[in-house]
Design a protein around this ligand. Structure first.
Ligand SMILES: [Zn+2]
Ligand SMILES: [Zn+2]
Ligand SMILES: [Zn+2]
Length: 265
Protein backbone atom coordinates (compact mmCIF):
# COMPACT_ATOMS: atom_id res chain seq x y z
CA UNK A 1 0.00 0.00 0.00
CA UNK A 2 1.45 3.35 -0.93
CA UNK A 3 2.29 5.73 1.86
CA UNK A 4 2.41 9.49 1.68
CA UNK A 5 4.17 10.53 4.80
CA UNK A 6 6.00 13.57 3.51
CA UNK A 7 4.05 16.82 3.81
CA UNK A 8 4.55 19.63 1.36
CA UNK A 9 7.30 22.01 2.54
CA UNK A 10 6.59 25.71 3.11
CA UNK A 11 8.31 27.32 0.11
CA UNK A 12 8.78 31.04 -0.67
CA UNK A 13 6.42 30.56 -3.61
CA UNK A 14 3.66 29.08 -1.44
CA UNK A 15 4.09 31.83 1.13
CA UNK A 16 4.00 34.58 -1.49
CA UNK A 17 0.86 33.21 -3.14
CA UNK A 18 -1.11 32.32 0.03
CA UNK A 19 -4.41 34.26 0.18
CA UNK A 20 -5.04 33.31 3.82
CA UNK A 21 -2.02 34.96 5.50
CA UNK A 22 -2.68 38.09 7.56
CA UNK A 23 -2.25 41.20 5.41
CA UNK A 24 -3.70 39.54 2.27
CA UNK A 25 -7.34 40.21 3.16
CA UNK A 26 -7.95 41.66 -0.32
CA UNK A 27 -7.21 38.26 -1.91
CA UNK A 28 -10.36 36.64 -0.52
CA UNK A 29 -14.02 37.56 -0.89
CA UNK A 30 -15.17 39.97 1.88
CA UNK A 31 -15.22 38.34 5.30
CA UNK A 32 -18.38 36.98 6.93
CA UNK A 33 -16.92 36.99 10.44
CA UNK A 34 -13.61 37.54 12.17
CA UNK A 35 -12.49 37.20 15.79
CA UNK A 36 -11.83 39.30 17.72
CA UNK A 37 -14.60 41.50 16.39
CA UNK A 38 -13.26 44.98 17.28
CA UNK A 39 -11.57 45.94 14.00
CA UNK A 40 -12.49 47.17 10.51
CA UNK A 41 -13.55 44.29 8.21
CA UNK A 42 -10.96 42.88 5.79
CA UNK A 43 -7.98 44.41 7.57
CA UNK A 44 -5.19 42.79 9.63
CA UNK A 45 -5.56 42.19 13.38
CA UNK A 46 -7.74 39.06 13.34
CA UNK A 47 -7.09 35.69 14.97
CA UNK A 48 -9.60 33.67 12.92
CA UNK A 49 -11.39 34.82 9.79
CA UNK A 50 -14.40 33.37 7.95
CA UNK A 51 -14.80 34.01 4.21
CA UNK A 52 -16.95 32.50 1.45
CA UNK A 53 -15.29 29.57 -0.32
CA UNK A 54 -14.27 30.87 -3.77
CA UNK A 55 -14.68 27.43 -5.33
CA UNK A 56 -17.63 25.88 -3.51
CA UNK A 57 -18.73 22.30 -4.12
CA UNK A 58 -22.06 23.15 -2.50
CA UNK A 59 -24.29 26.17 -2.87
CA UNK A 60 -23.11 27.77 0.37
CA UNK A 61 -19.65 26.92 1.58
CA UNK A 62 -17.36 28.93 3.85
CA UNK A 63 -13.73 28.75 4.90
CA UNK A 64 -12.43 29.49 8.39
CA UNK A 65 -8.80 30.58 8.28
CA UNK A 66 -7.63 28.87 11.46
CA UNK A 67 -4.77 31.28 12.23
CA UNK A 68 -3.27 34.51 10.86
CA UNK A 69 0.18 32.89 10.53
CA UNK A 70 1.02 30.45 7.72
CA UNK A 71 0.68 27.24 9.74
CA UNK A 72 0.08 23.94 7.93
CA UNK A 73 -1.78 22.16 10.68
CA UNK A 74 -3.94 22.56 13.76
CA UNK A 75 -1.10 20.63 15.44
CA UNK A 76 0.75 23.96 15.44
CA UNK A 77 -2.06 25.83 17.25
CA UNK A 78 -2.52 26.12 21.02
CA UNK A 79 -5.73 25.63 22.98
CA UNK A 80 -6.57 29.37 23.06
CA UNK A 81 -6.38 29.55 19.26
CA UNK A 82 -8.42 26.35 18.83
CA UNK A 83 -11.06 27.82 21.17
CA UNK A 84 -11.35 30.71 18.70
CA UNK A 85 -11.72 28.27 15.79
CA UNK A 86 -14.47 26.52 17.78
CA UNK A 87 -16.15 29.88 18.47
CA UNK A 88 -16.14 30.67 14.73
CA UNK A 89 -17.73 27.27 13.96
CA UNK A 90 -20.31 27.92 16.72
CA UNK A 91 -21.27 31.37 15.43
CA UNK A 92 -21.56 30.18 11.83
CA UNK A 93 -23.61 27.17 12.97
CA UNK A 94 -26.01 29.61 14.61
CA UNK A 95 -26.15 31.70 11.41
CA UNK A 96 -26.90 28.57 9.36
CA UNK A 97 -29.58 27.44 11.84
CA UNK A 98 -31.28 30.84 11.60
CA UNK A 99 -31.58 30.22 7.85
CA UNK A 100 -33.01 26.73 8.42
CA UNK A 101 -29.76 25.01 7.38
CA UNK A 102 -27.46 22.50 9.03
CA UNK A 103 -23.74 23.19 9.23
CA UNK A 104 -21.22 20.51 8.37
CA UNK A 105 -17.76 21.44 9.69
CA UNK A 106 -14.48 19.75 8.85
CA UNK A 107 -10.77 20.25 8.27
CA UNK A 108 -8.63 18.83 5.45
CA UNK A 109 -4.87 19.20 5.76
CA UNK A 110 -2.26 18.16 3.19
CA UNK A 111 -2.64 17.29 -0.51
CA UNK A 112 -3.22 13.61 0.33
CA UNK A 113 -6.29 14.69 2.33
CA UNK A 114 -7.72 16.98 -0.31
CA UNK A 115 -6.50 20.40 0.82
CA UNK A 116 -5.70 22.69 -2.09
CA UNK A 117 -4.17 25.40 0.10
CA UNK A 118 -1.48 24.73 2.66
CA UNK A 119 -2.51 27.38 5.22
CA UNK A 120 -4.62 25.61 7.86
CA UNK A 121 -8.35 26.22 7.38
CA UNK A 122 -11.74 24.67 8.15
CA UNK A 123 -14.51 24.04 5.64
CA UNK A 124 -18.07 24.92 6.67
CA UNK A 125 -20.79 23.60 4.38
CA UNK A 126 -24.41 24.68 4.77
CA UNK A 127 -26.67 21.68 4.14
CA UNK A 128 -30.43 21.32 3.83
CA UNK A 129 -30.49 18.43 6.31
CA UNK A 130 -28.26 16.28 8.49
CA UNK A 131 -25.78 14.50 6.17
CA UNK A 132 -26.44 10.78 5.49
CA UNK A 133 -23.32 9.46 7.26
CA UNK A 134 -24.25 11.27 10.48
CA UNK A 135 -27.85 10.19 10.12
CA UNK A 136 -26.94 6.51 9.78
CA UNK A 137 -24.96 6.66 13.04
CA UNK A 138 -28.13 7.34 14.96
CA UNK A 139 -29.96 4.31 16.26
CA UNK A 140 -32.25 3.17 19.00
CA UNK A 141 -31.06 4.72 22.28
CA UNK A 142 -27.56 6.14 21.82
CA UNK A 143 -25.14 3.85 19.94
CA UNK A 144 -22.22 6.12 20.90
CA UNK A 145 -22.98 5.88 24.64
CA UNK A 146 -23.00 2.08 24.19
CA UNK A 147 -19.73 2.18 22.27
CA UNK A 148 -18.00 4.44 24.84
CA UNK A 149 -19.13 2.20 27.70
CA UNK A 150 -17.69 -0.85 25.93
CA UNK A 151 -14.45 0.91 24.95
CA UNK A 152 -13.87 2.30 28.46
CA UNK A 153 -14.53 -1.11 30.01
CA UNK A 154 -12.05 -2.73 27.63
CA UNK A 155 -9.52 0.11 27.73
CA UNK A 156 -7.12 -1.20 25.08
CA UNK A 157 -8.15 1.33 22.46
CA UNK A 158 -8.47 4.34 24.80
CA UNK A 159 -5.70 6.93 24.39
CA UNK A 160 -6.77 9.23 27.20
CA UNK A 161 -9.39 11.37 28.92
CA UNK A 162 -9.38 15.11 29.53
CA UNK A 163 -11.92 17.85 30.29
CA UNK A 164 -14.86 15.41 30.19
CA UNK A 165 -13.75 14.12 26.79
CA UNK A 166 -12.38 10.76 25.75
CA UNK A 167 -9.93 10.10 22.92
CA UNK A 168 -9.77 6.62 21.46
CA UNK A 169 -8.88 4.59 18.38
CA UNK A 170 -12.22 2.91 17.73
CA UNK A 171 -12.68 -0.78 17.09
CA UNK A 172 -12.71 -1.41 13.32
CA UNK A 173 -11.01 1.90 12.49
CA UNK A 174 -10.71 2.40 8.73
CA UNK A 175 -7.11 3.55 8.62
CA UNK A 176 -4.03 3.70 10.88
CA UNK A 177 -4.55 6.01 13.87
CA UNK A 178 -8.17 6.82 13.11
CA UNK A 179 -9.41 8.56 16.24
CA UNK A 180 -12.67 9.49 17.86
CA UNK A 181 -13.07 12.36 20.34
CA UNK A 182 -16.35 12.45 22.25
CA UNK A 183 -17.79 13.80 25.49
CA UNK A 184 -18.03 11.08 28.15
CA UNK A 185 -21.53 12.18 29.07
CA UNK A 186 -24.28 12.10 26.44
CA UNK A 187 -24.29 15.57 24.89
CA UNK A 188 -26.30 16.47 21.80
CA UNK A 189 -24.95 19.95 21.03
CA UNK A 190 -21.66 19.70 19.13
CA UNK A 191 -21.14 23.45 19.14
CA UNK A 192 -21.12 23.64 22.94
CA UNK A 193 -18.31 24.64 25.34
CA UNK A 194 -16.24 21.44 24.90
CA UNK A 195 -15.61 21.85 21.16
CA UNK A 196 -12.34 23.80 21.51
CA UNK A 197 -10.92 21.21 23.93
CA UNK A 198 -12.02 18.45 21.53
CA UNK A 199 -10.17 20.13 18.64
CA UNK A 200 -7.13 20.38 20.90
CA UNK A 201 -7.28 16.62 21.56
CA UNK A 202 -7.38 16.05 17.78
CA UNK A 203 -4.39 18.36 17.41
CA UNK A 204 -2.65 16.40 20.18
CA UNK A 205 -2.96 13.20 18.11
CA UNK A 206 -1.27 14.94 15.19
CA UNK A 207 1.49 16.25 17.48
CA UNK A 208 2.09 12.76 18.82
CA UNK A 209 2.17 11.26 15.33
CA UNK A 210 4.87 13.67 14.24
CA UNK A 211 6.87 16.20 16.22
CA UNK A 212 8.05 18.30 13.33
CA UNK A 213 6.09 17.74 10.11
CA UNK A 214 2.30 17.54 10.35
CA UNK A 215 0.57 14.55 8.73
CA UNK A 216 -2.18 14.85 6.13
CA UNK A 217 -5.56 14.36 7.76
CA UNK A 218 -9.32 14.80 7.57
CA UNK A 219 -11.30 15.76 10.65
CA UNK A 220 -15.01 16.41 10.94
CA UNK A 221 -17.72 17.06 13.49
CA UNK A 222 -20.85 14.97 13.73
CA UNK A 223 -22.87 17.42 15.71
CA UNK A 224 -26.14 15.76 16.44
CA UNK A 225 -27.19 12.72 18.43
CA UNK A 226 -24.14 12.38 20.67
CA UNK A 227 -21.62 14.73 19.11
CA UNK A 228 -18.08 13.70 18.35
CA UNK A 229 -15.06 14.47 16.19
CA UNK A 230 -13.68 11.86 13.84
CA UNK A 231 -10.03 12.22 12.82
CA UNK A 232 -8.54 10.26 9.96
CA UNK A 233 -4.79 10.67 9.38
CA UNK A 234 -4.23 9.95 5.67
CA UNK A 235 -1.11 7.81 5.76
CA UNK A 236 -2.49 5.23 3.34
CA UNK A 237 -4.74 5.53 0.31
CA UNK A 238 -8.14 3.96 -0.11
CA UNK A 239 -8.35 1.68 -3.17
CA UNK A 240 -10.90 -0.61 -4.86
CA UNK A 241 -11.41 -2.88 -1.86
CA UNK A 242 -12.07 0.06 0.48
CA UNK A 243 -14.14 2.18 -1.88
CA UNK A 244 -15.96 -0.55 -3.77
CA UNK A 245 -16.45 -3.28 -1.21
CA UNK A 246 -16.41 -1.25 1.99
CA UNK A 247 -13.60 -3.40 3.46
CA UNK A 248 -10.97 -1.15 4.99
CA UNK A 249 -7.53 -2.69 5.18
CA UNK A 250 -6.02 -1.15 8.30
CA UNK A 251 -2.37 -2.08 8.61
CA UNK A 252 -2.10 -0.89 12.23
CA UNK A 253 -4.66 -2.45 14.59
CA UNK A 254 -6.42 0.20 16.71
CA UNK A 255 -5.09 -1.38 19.95
CA UNK A 256 -1.54 -0.94 18.68
CA UNK A 257 -2.26 2.60 17.45
CA UNK A 258 -3.75 3.58 20.82
CA UNK A 259 -0.80 2.07 22.71
CA UNK A 260 1.62 4.00 20.53
CA UNK A 261 -0.29 7.27 20.97
CA UNK A 262 -0.38 6.75 24.76
CA UNK A 263 3.39 6.16 24.84
CA UNK A 264 4.37 9.14 22.69
CA UNK A 265 3.01 11.61 25.20
ZN1 LIG B 1 -0.74 31.53 4.52
ZN1 LIG C 1 -24.89 9.22 23.98
ZN1 LIG D 1 -19.59 10.04 13.41
Amino acid sequence: MSRRRTPEPVTDERLASCPFCEGREDRTPPELLALPRDRAPDTPGWQVRVVPNKYPAFEHQEVVVNAPQHVRSIAELDLAQLELVAEAWRLRAEAAREQGKVLFAGINEGHAAGASLQHSHSQLVWLEAEPPVAHVERGAGCPLCDLLRAELADGSRVVGQRDGLVLLCPYAGRAPYECLVAPLEHEPDGYGPLLGAALDLGAEVLRRLAEDTPRPMNLWLHESGHWHLELLPRLTVFAALELGAGYYVNTIPPEQAAAQLRRSR
